[in-house]
Design a protein around this ligand. Sequence first.
Ligand code: ADP
Ligand code: MG
Length: 228
Amino acid sequence: MSLIEFRDVSERYIKGSTPAIDNVSFEIDNGEFVFITGDSGSGKSTIIKLLLRELVPTKGTITVAGMDLGKMKHRKIPMYRRKVGVVFQEFRLLEDRNIYDNVAFAQRVTEVKPKIIKKKVPAALSLVGLAQKYKSYPNELSGGEQQRVAIARALINEPALLLADEPTGNLDPSNSWEIMHLLEEANERGTTVVVVTHNQEIVNEMHKRVITLNKGVIVSDVKGGEYL
Ligand code: ADP
Ligand code: MG
């Protein structure tokens, strides 16, 4: 069954201007790992924002796990977003909190019992190999480590869907590979993963499904694909 369905979706930020994405349709099944690639300005982040329900489509429908995002009630949006893990290029950690609290924060807002948080945070940090650094602050970590914290935070609620918008955009090749392997491991544990990236080498070596956008239109969608 598909987890995500875009049906004839267009997004126009400004009335009368060219749409950022234009009549885009695709489906992503439960358990898939999908890259979205394309030149800067081709509409990749717009797709991520639509999936996070930060934007509503100007036209068309988006369903995630059977929910029509365009019809979702405002009061349901925060709960929906908590079920979607997300990682950005610029990490977006809270600089005045240590690593433990950065990861725990995502749980505290969901009213999870403290006893459970105390178990889950170290477990999430071990998954990304940072159990020992729980007391460090973001500025004491390397970029690669900070992104690993962001991944731990994204995974703590055990989301069915993990979205990553250029997660290796600020990292060197070896850290980039480490991040991709963590995303792949999350996928192997059952999370559906959608990764926006410009990283040609990674896309070519991972042999995943690749959706390529050009000026807001899907120009190719291939399983085991390469960077166009
Ligand atoms: P990508 O992530 O592939 O670089 P985006 O989805 O960010 O592309 O942008 C697609 C198009 O939409 C671009 O032409 C961009 O300028 C435009 N765009 C993005 N965000 C906004 C916005 N908030 N207001 C107006 N135009 C926007
Ligand atoms: Mg972008």
